[in-house]
Ligand binder design. Structure first.
Ligand code: FAD
Length: 388
């Protein structure tokens, strides 16, 4: 870069949620920040988030809503920049929003409101945003030097906010992981998370959905599950996909609201088929297919106690063996990333390379579905921006 913008205190690579928040926090403190984005505009992932309405935070955000090799790492930043802090900014900009469900806050109008707000805050904080800027090299002869299609940027601090690998068409690249490795910062294996599960054999009920409790490992989620041509999706499944290990089963409670055994026993004197009783609580096509694969329907009068118990157990604890997960094209986030042991939980500066910071999704902290990933981006970006 030439001219008045030559001297920067910090370069931020990545004009997404975390990078923009970091620029705002640092700029407000008088730091001269250059924010480099290779896409034609900032915030492209924000624009497609939450079905175009951006689920920008969650009222019930807590460290339990995040996965990381170190479950304590996120606590400090989350405590220092809370959903209330972000909501205050949204309200200052008079952006109308609503709670959809489970504490999830969405824009009433569109995600453009959030990007517009961040752009205007960056403007006020004097952040120099440079879009269409391809990074070709990062060096550190003394200061950091970022060589790009728009010239060279120099600064004593470099913040990597390049996000994860999900949805490559929104501009995702592996630059952040490459820079980490270049400077000796360890990166944990990455994998797609919040993504549909690939399961064979349910295409015929594609489009059917039900409220379930889905569990993988030691975590369970009560939300909707959707059958698709390629397997299972819907919020409950996206949530468990983050915890699912290849080769493991996913357990589904198809009737979380219903004590089906008690109901079957209570109706013992009836001639009604067991399937008819169950189907009253499930979409018909799902009940048909489940019985076809897992149980023989018979009049409840003729079923033994053991048969009814087995039927109830099967419905409350249906085991499905996925053959994999959908890849980064469908995943909302990337789990894994820059190892949190390498970073200060207060400032996000790397221990191996002082002056080099990593924030947002590129770090090994992954939120649940429901506004938590943005809250992590805001909180980590703010923490780094406060320390630059
Ligand atoms: C379809 C979809 C919907 C989602 N909906 C929600 C939601 O409603 N709520 C929620 O909390 N989370 C949601 N997420 C997750 C959320 O969008 C991300 O976790 C969040 O954007 C991460 O912020 P970030 O700043 O770390 O990364 P990003 O927002 O991905 O920003 C990274 C930026 O870096 C830029 N970049 C990458 N490589 C380079 C490079 N080499 N040079 C220069 N710039 C580069 C990218 O173009 C991008 O602008 C959704 C994700 C997807 C894919």
């Amino acid at each position: 870069m030439s001219g008045a913008f030559d001297a920067f205190d910090a370069i931020v690579i990545g004009g997404g949620a975390a990078g923009l928040m970091c620029g705002i926090a640092a700029g407000r403190r008088g730091r001269r920040v250059a924010l480099i984005e290779h896409s034609s505009d900032i915030g492209k992932k924000i624009l497609i988030s939450g079905g175009g309405r951006c689920n920008f935070t969650n009222l019930h955000c807590s460290p339990r809503n995040f996965l990381s090799a170190n479950p304590h790492f996120a606590k400090s930043a989350l405590a220092r920049y809370t959903p209330a802090d972000f909501i205050a900014m949204v309200e200052k900009h008079r952006i109308p929003y609503h709670e959809k469900t489970l504490g999830q806050l969405f824009c009433d109008r569109s995600a453009h409101d959030i990007v517009g707000m961040l752009r205007s805050e960056c403007g006020e904080a004097g952040v120099r945003i440079v879009t269409g800027c391809e990074v070709s090299e990062v060096r550190r002869p003394g200061e950091f030097v970022v060589k790009s299609s728009r010239g060279e940027f120099h600064a004593p601090a470099l913040v990597i906010a390049t996000g994860g690998l999900s949805i490559p068409k929104t501009g995702a690249t592996d630059l952040g992981y490459r820079v980490a490795k270049q400077f000796g910062v360890k990166v944990r294996a990455c994998r797609p998370a919040l993504t549909p599960l690939l399961v064979s054999g349910y295409a015929e009920i594609s489009g059917v959905s039900a409220e379930v409790v889905a569990a993988a490992g030691d975590r369970e989620f009560r939300e909707r599950m959707l059958f698709t041509h390629r397997g299972l999706s819907g919020p409950a499944i996206l949530q468990v996909s983050s915890y699912w290990e290849p080769g493991a089963v996913v357990r589904i409670d198809l009737l979380p609201e219903v004590e089906i055994l008690a109901e079957l026993i209570a109706r013992r004197s009836e001639r009604t088929e067991t399937k008819t009783i169950v189907a009253a609580h499930l979409p018909r096509r799902l009940a048909d297919l489940w019985f076809e694969r897992n149980a023989v329907s018979k009049p409840v009068t003729t079923a033994s106690d053991r048969e009814l118990e087995r039927l109830a157990e099967g419905l409350h604890n249906w085991e499905i063996l996925p053959r994999g997960v959908e890849g980064y094209e469908k995943a909302e986030v990337t789990a894994g990333g820059v190892d949190t042991d390498e970073l200060s939980a207060r400032t996000f500066e790397s221990k191996a390379a002082p002056g080099l910071y990593f924030i947002g999704e590129v770090v090994d902290v992954t939120g649940h579905l429901g506004g938590f990933n943005f809250q992590w981006a805001w909180a980590s970006g703010h923490a780094a921006g406060e320390s630059l």
